[in-house]
Write a protein that binds this ligand. Structure first.
Ligand SMILES: *[C@@H]1O[C@H](CO)[C@@H](O)[C@H](O)[C@H]1NC(C)=O
Ligand SMILES: *[C@@H]1O[C@H](CO)[C@@H](O)[C@H](O)[C@H]1NC(C)=O
Ligand SMILES: *[C@@H]1O[C@H](CO)[C@@H](O)[C@H](O)[C@H]1NC(C)=O
Length: 454
């Protein structure tokens, strides 16, 4: 029997409203019946001993549950590990874009049904085992709290929405406990589909659901042939974000320019320009400049990491750790910066199976070794994840609209503020979209070639 996980994510700029979250946000652990089928106890984690070796002595943000903070950091470390894994399979000139949060969420949902080494590997690869609670069932409670924090309504110009859903073979009985927790924590209701007799129709139904939840930006996520008559369950997580810059780029300040994909390869872009006060830092020892562009309202921002001119992005990316990234972000200062970034649109999609297997998540994808007894009544063996798909989309422009581009009236260098810093993203850079109060990496990517669009 096959089980599929799908993960989708999307990002675009614009204006909108947010769905309200449910009452789980005010619940206490004892109010929630979170008893997954199996529980993993990390033998090395104790509530009273800080894991000093790997955690920087960071201050926990105000009014933040320390465990939620740890979960956010666990997700961040997983994000960078996966990013490195993805880089290995791509040439330096290819873009990368994904929502690591979406991927962690989908696998946390999968974890609800997992036991034995299948469960242990999920705990380790996604670093959920670094949370200083002894047992794995608590992870869901903290995920619920993290989601409350991320998706609660903050401002009507920011929209960050996550939608989760389970699609199950209609002839099977899914465990009530699995369904209950899945719905309570992740808002993921089960929709019965006829995989056995109509796999292709089921695939289309799921793709349409994803398309609807991502406002038509993510289509055809599950590729042809990904669902056959042996599929039993498909897990879907989508994230959708629209935001407006706090400091909009002026359409009149867009100029045609060149992007240096590599030493020998240049391509044309529309470069946007804005001079304003931003959080900014230069880190000569790490050979990068870091800039944070905030969105209007809601504590969400885009972080750009630009290597120095003669430094390769791959060199910066390979040595990047969450500790280093957090270090940069906490030492940056408000600075007047003349910013030039290209207008661009990137889309990325990939199968997660190989990447996660290489990171140590092996049993889940193995028909022989997977242990997922917590999902379907009366079937204990033979359920495994055949693959997991991720697709993400990002568009960056002056304000959000896709309205036709006004071309090129130059404004560069018109201001004679000699103290200002320049941040010219005309060569490959790293990009993160994060919730800044708790430093959750919602999206992560590498812009190596923005020229195909914009
Ligand atoms: C899974 O673990 C349980 C106890 O934790 C054990 O009884 C069982 O034999 C294990 N199953 C497999 C298939 O390894
Ligand atoms: C699942 O939720 C339903 C409705 O809230 C409840 O009646 C049932 O007892 C729950 N089942 C389990 C196994 O928790
Ligand atoms: C996805 O499909 C819808 C409906 O067919 C279409 O309107 C939309 O433009 C498509 N989106 C993309 C990104 O191709």
């Amino acid at each position: 029997m096959k089980l599929l996980a799908f993960l989708g994510a999307l990002w675009i700029f614009f204006i909108c409203s947010v769905h309200a979250t449910s009452d789980i946000c005010s619940a206490k652990p004892k109010d929630l019946p979170l008893q997954p089928t199996c529980v993993y106890r990390n033998p090395n984690v104790h509530d009273d001993v800080a894991s000093q070796t790997e955690q920087p002595p960071e201050k926990i943000p105000e009014s933040t549950n320390p465990r939620v903070w740890e979960l956010s950091n666990a997700n961040g470390r997983f994000a960078l590990s996966l990013f490195k894994q993805l880089s290995k399979g791509k040439s330096d000139e290819e873009n990368i874009f994904m929502s690591p949060l979406s991927i962690s969420t989908a696998f946390a949902m999968t974890k609800l049904g997992a036991c034995n080494t299948t469960l242990e590997q999920i705990m380790k690869v996604f670093e959920f085992d670094t949370i200083k609670e002894k047992t794995s069932d608590q992870v869901h409670f903290f995920f619920a709290k993290l989601n409350c924090r991320l998706y609660r309504k903050k401002h009507n110009t920011v929209e960050l929405v996550s939608a989760n859903r389970l699609f199950g073979e209609k002839s099977l009985t899914f465990r009530e406990n699995f369904q209950n927790i899945s719905e309570l924590v992740y808002g993921a209701k089960l929709m019965p589909l006829n995989f056995k007799e109509k796999p292709e129709l089921s695939r289309q139904t799921i793709n349409e659901w994803i398309s609807e939840k991502t406002k038509g930006k993510i289509n055809n996520t599950l590729p042809q042939g990904s669902i056959d008559s042996t599929a039993v369950l498909v897990l879907v997580n989508t994230i959708y974000f629209k935001g407006q810059w706090k400091n909009k780029f002026d359409k009149d300040d867009v100029v045609s320019s060149q992007f240096h994909v590599s030493e020998s390869h240049k391509c044309p872009v529309h470069m946007m320009y804005k001079e304003a006060k931003y959080m900014y830092g230069k880190f000569p020892e790490d050979k990068v400049k870091v800039l944070e562009l905030p969105y209007n309202g809601g504590g969400i921002s885009m972080v750009l990491v630009l290597p120095n001119k003669d430094t390769k992005l791959s060199e910066v990316a390979t040595s990047l750790t969450l500790k280093k990234l957090t270090g940069w972000l906490t030492t940056m200062a408000e600075t007047t910066v003349a910013v030039q970034i290209p207008r661009f649109r990137i889309e990325d999609s990939f199968s997660l199976k190989e990447k996660l297997q290489a990171m140590g998540l092996e049993d889940l994808f193995s028909a022989e070794h997977a242990r997922l007894p917590g999902m379907v009544e009366d079937i204990n063996d033979g359920i495994y994840i055949s693959d997991a798909y991720h697709k993400a989309f990002l568009e960056v422009n002056e304000e959000g609209s896709e309205a036709a581009a006004a071309t090129a009236v130059v404004a560069l260098g018109r201001s004679l503020n000699l103290n200002r810093e320049n941040f010219i993203a005309n060569r490959p850079f790293l990009l993160f979209i994060r919730e800044s109060s708790i430093n959750t990496l919602i999206f992560a990517g590498r812009v190596s070639n923005p020229c195909k669009s914009g």
